[in-house]
Design a protein around this ligand. Structure first.
Ligand code: ATP
Length: 233
């Protein structure tokens, strides 16, 4: 394995995330530390309000930590500034959310190509088509999101999250809105694509079905990330 491949996809060091709530503050993440290697799938479970989304937002550089450090693919996010952080998100991090977050005015292929096009990558369209082929929905490339099922939309989101040199994929309740058959397809697709691309994957979910595909399962409770873990069940 070369040096680049041994760089962790994600390192969190003593991360604290507080949210303002009126005059007081809520500690959503309390002193969380975590390493995710490339190709590794880590699932964080926990009840509603445990702090999973807050942890994922900080890990995905969508929010700054109140304290602590975040490294994505070896890069210290605190030193990047607003533009550098946006570039890192667009180039190195893929996101999959419960709500899909696809652009409704763009076709499936255009949605997948968008992060590459924003970076001026040539032949983005062709790469997007290949990515849709890999997730098994190339025949829907010309459809708009509203013309697809939830499971199909989520596969478009996965193709978009993994296109280009992604080092880290953040998935927040990726199967929360899907039936069990679509959920299984989405799980298998994300896992297979992550293994092929060598991206580290951090999934926050209530869906216990994710435990069977995880390399590590962590529990979150009242902002505390517990490393008293199990392997996959
Ligand atoms: N923007 C915000 N402003 C104020 N408080 C927030 C904000 N976001 C989250 N919180 C609070 O932080 C805590 C953790 O919330 P978070 O959404 O991270 O949990 P979660 O485990 O993802 O929950 P769920 O599974 O319901 O999405 C909760 O007490 C929540 O009310």
């Amino acid at each position: 394995m070369d040096i680049e491949n041994t760089t962790p996809a994600l390192v969190l060091e003593s991360v604290v995330k507080e949210h303002a709530a009126g005059p007081s503050r809520v500690a959503a993440v309390r002193d969380a530390s975590l390493h995710i290697a490339r190709g590794e799938i880590v699932v964080v479970c926990g009840e509603s309000g445990a702090g999973k989304s807050s942890l994922l937002q900080v890990a995905g550089c969508l929010q700054s930590p109140t304290r602590g450090a975040v490294y994505v693919d070896g890069c210290d996010v605190a030193g990047l500034g607003v533009n550098g952080s946006a570039d890192l998100r667009r180039r190195r991090i893929g996101f999959v959310f419960q709500e899909y977050n696809l652009m409704s005015a763009l076709t499936a292929r255009e949605n997948v190509a968008l992060p590459l096009e924003l970076d001026g990558v040539r032949r983005a369209d062709r790469q997007a088509h290949a990515a849709l082929q890999e997730v098994g929905i190339a025949d829907l490339a010309g459809r708009f999101p509203e013309e697809m099922s939830g499971g199909q939309r989520q596969r478009v989101a996965i193709a978009r999250a993994l296109i280009g040199p992604r080092r880290l994929v953040i998935a927040d309740e990726p199967t929360g809105a899907l039936d069990s058959a679509s959920s299984r397809v989405v799980r298998e697709t994300l896992v297979e694509r992550a293994r092929q691309h060598g991206a580290g994957v951090l999934v926050g979910t209530h869906d216990r079905e994710w435990l069977s595909v995880a390399d590590r399962v962590l529990e979150m409770s009242d902002g505390v990330l517990s490393h008293a873990t199990r392997g996959p069940e």
